[in-house]
Write a protein that binds this ligand. Structure first.
Ligand code: ATP
Ligand code: MG
Length: 235
């Protein structure tokens, strides 16, 4: 069966560090997100409060203690490849693989071009380029190692398209900050609002107030601890 089917998340006393002898960057944080909720994650301190570390911890990409459950299943009882293929993180600066855009979106050649193009459209790529654009990105476009020939915003859009292709039920977006232009950011926000629907749980690390105020819940981190968690109206 496809897991997680609904995309609910429960985090219990989650701590994290980058190396066995390194300092803790998250300190026993606990919170719960219902299926389909949109959560904006912000911070009190300007940087280094643990937002990106939280996203990595949710996929066990750094060392963690405590528990993370998706649809009630603990991540330490599932295969890590399964975990990372069903939950999608869109990092602040996504890394892509060298090869075509098609290969990046669909590494195992499981989908028709029509499906892949629909996902690119839903993610917003085509609203940033016209049909006649010479440098237009298509499924056949060659991606340089890491994705260095694309802007950070374009890479986030492609990562979003990949999540749409995979039908991820839970999506974690680490908003790019200075590296992204306003227009691209607007496209991404619009795609998230209008194309994902209510059956996708969305955690957004938000740098803009707008993104936070639109959310169902807001989680505020301060030096690796939860300072606030609740609906925007209650905070
Ligand atoms: P920003 O708003 O700048 O994106 P953030 O809230 O995402 O910040 P994190 O990147 O999660 O904060 O950083 C939390 C802590 O983890 C900081 O003390 C930081 O120095 C540390 N940290 C982040 N990345 C690493 C890493 N790769 N190795 C070791 N420590 C790291
Ligand atoms: Mg960060």
């Amino acid at each position: 069966a496809y897991w997680p089917a609904s995309g609910s998340l429960r985090v219990e006393k989650l701590s994290a560090r980058y190396s066995a002898d390194g300092p803790r960057v998250l300190h026993e944080i606990s919170f719960e997100v219902k299926a389909g909720e949109r959560v904006g994650i912000g911070s009190v301190g300007r940087t280094g409060s643990g937002k990106s570390s939280l996203t990595l911890s949710l996929l066990r990409l750094i060392l963690t203690e405590g528990k993370v459950y998706y649809d009630g299943i603990a991540t330490d009882s599932v295969n890590l490849d399964a975990l990372r293929s069903h939950i999608t993180i869109i990092p602040q600066v996504p890394e892509l693989l060298s090869g075509t855009l098609r290969q990046n979106l669909d590494p195992f050649s499981q989908y028709d071009d029509a499906v892949l193009n629909d996902s690119l459209r839903a993610a917003g790529l085509f609203s940033l380029q016209s049909e006649t654009d010479e440098g237009r990105i298509t499924l056949d476009s060659q991606i340089a190692s890491g994705g260095s020939n694309l802007s950070v915003g374009q890479r986030q859009i492609l990562a979003l398209a990949r999540a749409i292709v995979r039908q991820s039920k839970l999506l974690i977006l680490d908003e790019a900050t200075s590296a992204i232009d306003y227009e691209t950011d607007e496209v991404i926000q619009k795609s998230l609002r209008e194309e994902l629907g209510n059956d996708v749980t969305l955690l957004t690390i938000a740098h803009r107030l707008q993104t936070i105020m639109d959310a169902d819940k807001i989680l505020v981190l301060d030096a690796g601890r939860i300072a606030e968690f609740g609906s925007p109206a209650d905070l």
